[in-house]
Design a binder for this molecule. Sequence first.
Ligand code: PEP
Ligand code: MG
Length: 580
Amino acid sequence: MSLLLTGIGVSRGIVIGQAHVADGEPMEILEYNLPRAEIGSEVERFHQARESAKAQLQNVRKQIPTDAPAEIGAFIDTHLLMLDDEALSEAVARIIRQEQCNAEWALQAQRDELVAVFDQMEDPYLRTRRDDVDHVVSRVQRLLMRGDDIWDEEKSRAGAYPILVAEDVSPADVVLMQSRGIRALITESGGPLSHTSILARSLGIPAVVGLHRARQLLRDGESLIIDGLKGAVFANPGEREVAYYRHKRRELFKHVRELKGLRGEPACTLDGTRIQLLANIELPEDLRLFRKTGGDGIGLYRTEFLYMNRPDFPDEEEQYRSYLEILAQADGMPVTIRTLDLGADKRLIGRETGPDDGHNPALGLRGIRYSLSEPGIFLKQLRALLRASADAPLRIMLPLVATTQEVLQAQQMIEVAKQSLDARGQDYDPAIPVGAMIEVPSAALTAHQIARHVDFLSIGTNDLIQYTLAIDRVDDHVNYLYDPVHPSVLKLISTTLQAGRRAGIPVSMCGEMAGDPQYTRLLLGLGLRDFSMHPSTLLEVKRVITRTDLKELGGRTRGFLRNTDPDRAPDLLRRLNALH
Ligand code: PEP
Ligand code: MG
């Protein structure tokens, strides 16, 4: 009987083959006490295992394919550094001595401490860094207990069992997979932002993660189909399912070839209108992907990353250098850098500085409100941005604007920052464009006012939808209410686009909606011409654009705007997307 399981699809692709269930038995970490006389040799045993783990990783590093993306080496280096870090070397030796316990247990105790800190973090990227701690710790524990790594070499080398099913897989193991005959991956833990998932995507290994109890539900050697886009795993599929997925695989190859062919092409509609496709950048990995997929510039650079995961705020010089680096990577293309958007979902954990959570952080001191309340921090960032604008096209963008007053205050602060650079004799672009994000309903409804005081607008749909429909964007319980095509949301988007047209300033969109190809035609119909999105979705959106005739969209989009019934929206969208 066939069985369908679903996890989180993190790396696209379809593979049909046998399961290679790795390490079915989880390692049981026992605690036992040692006589005082044996403590010295236990510490020595721990350090030897740590050295062997380093040797394993150095060996992996040598096996990275020469054409592999640069981040792969960086991930392995991170684990090598962690093995030498005090927290995973001397601190563990101290626990062995103090508790007079075995090395495996001491390592586990230290792991629990470190992981507890990461677990408190709200930021999903930083939270996934706990996986790195887990990977490094279990590599050393495995060496202490079993003296091996996870590979069942004979089976995987033969290539007969190409779908690895494991509790978790470290980035280092992902690097080795292809050379060991593994072509797809299923793990019980992990999320889309883990290094393992990022690497699987970079190396083109289809992967489904977060499939709980996968090792219990799937048998070694069993036939499987894995769909890394949908997160679906078919166990023991019938002939019809296999035929269907073979067909889907052929279609996917065709689709990927088509997308690759679009890389160097301009994003033009069938009637010849040029659409701007810009990238949203948050992490260094995103920049590398942007350079690969191409685009017309950076439409949103989120500066929060520089402020997180550290005890202090970056000074002006550090910020300046980091902005210069982004501009260099953009190679002359325009770059829009957003000023600090701390607060609510972007919190700094365990720090004195930064916005207070308050009773209701999403409605509290966040975004531009926080920057205006901390002139010292804001001015430092503005000076760094202005200095970086001296030789490259940079635009400043203000987050979470709710009133025109906030824009005017921010403009005054920019003037003050310019004056201090004048006094220092430092260069900047005196006409640097300043824009406002429209992500609060009050700002959308008064966008015509705000537009009079800025050079551009950018619609942040992630927050705009949250505030319009009163649903916390990171609360899974109300996720089902998150509706980008709700009539109220579409009205606010349309009002903002109209305000921009009347004021003669460009309006872009940088929320997730802009990168979802199912909304591309609707947004084009509403008049959006500048789309900013994560680089991974850029070619998909470009593909829709190149198949759309703007002249055909008018009537259907007007129908959308007239509609007041949220339940009709999916059907209207389907019909709009079915146009040829
Ligand atoms: C948005 O709110 O749509 C946006 C782009 O900003 P962020 O997701 O960083 O809040
Ligand atoms: Mg936002």
